[in-house]
Design a protein around this ligand. Structure first.
Ligand code: DX5
Ligand code: ZN
Length: 213
């Protein structure tokens, strides 16, 4: 079974409670935080994480597309994040950021953009709880899946097998029924999906269609 993490970036924010209810069968909820600096878009921040925390006991997977994740990590954990995922391209020391997330009591994830070589993750895989390979350029929902990212999923899966590392591999961006199959075949364990799930008239069916591939 794959872990599905619907991205609320594609939800109707005026009805967040009922939107989360629509995807209650997904194991995780993905929350995209954007600062208008690390990515050219602004989404939402700490108050939305706290609000979602009150609405569900699902695992909250908070994807920080922000500069200086180290300065904010602890506050996102306090707001209710189960996983705090930061970008390797951000300006802070990844090992220090991982330590800060873990010492605040959450699990730590690290993400890479489509143009970042997968090897940059190798150095931190030992201390990670989640590795995120972006399958679109971070910043916007509803983009098309970038097929050139698939070899990075395969390479990370092979690296983990060789080193006997058991860290789930997450993919995010342009995930639908077809691209999910490609990612799972390549070695992904956790599928983030925004528009595919929330634009579906039957969100529960969309979640199930990704869960059982
Ligand atoms: C993009 C975000 C994604 C986005 C995915 O910057 O990190 O999580 O919400 O949306 P879809 O599934 O619509 O590509
Ligand atoms: Zn995301």
């Amino acid at each position: 079974m794959n872990i599905i993490s619907p991205s609320i970036l594609a939800a109707d924010f005026g009805n967040l409670k009922s939107e989360i209810e629509r995807v209650k069968e997904a194991q995780w909820i993905h929350i995209d935080v954007m600062d208008g600096h690390f990515v050219p878009n602004i989404s939402f921040g700490l108050p939305v994480v706290s609000a979602v925390r009150k609405l569900t006991s699902q695992v909250l997977d908070v994807h920080l597309m922000i500069s200086n994740p180290l300065s904010y990590a602890e506050r996102f954990v306090q707001a209710g994040a189960d996983f705090v995922v930061f970008h390797m391209e951000s300006d802070d020391d990844p090992k220090e950021t991982i330590r800060a997330i873990k010492s605040a009591g959450a699990k730590a994830g690290a993400a890479i953009k489509p143009s970042t070589p997968v090897e940059v993750l190798y150095d931190v895989m030992d201390s990670l709880d989640l590795a995120l390979i972006m399958t679109v350029e971070p910043g916007f929902g509803g983009q098309s899946f970038l097929h050139e990212t698939v070899p990075k999923i395969q390479a990370l899966r092979a690296y983990c097998a060789k080193k006997n590392i058991h860290v789930p591999i997450q993919v995010d961006g342009g995930i639908n029924r077809e691209t999910a199959v490609t990612c799972v075949d390549a070695g992904a364990d956790v599928l983030v999906a925004g528009s595919y799930v929330f634009a579906h008239h039957d969100a529960a069916a969309a979640v199930h269609s990704l869960m059982w591939l």
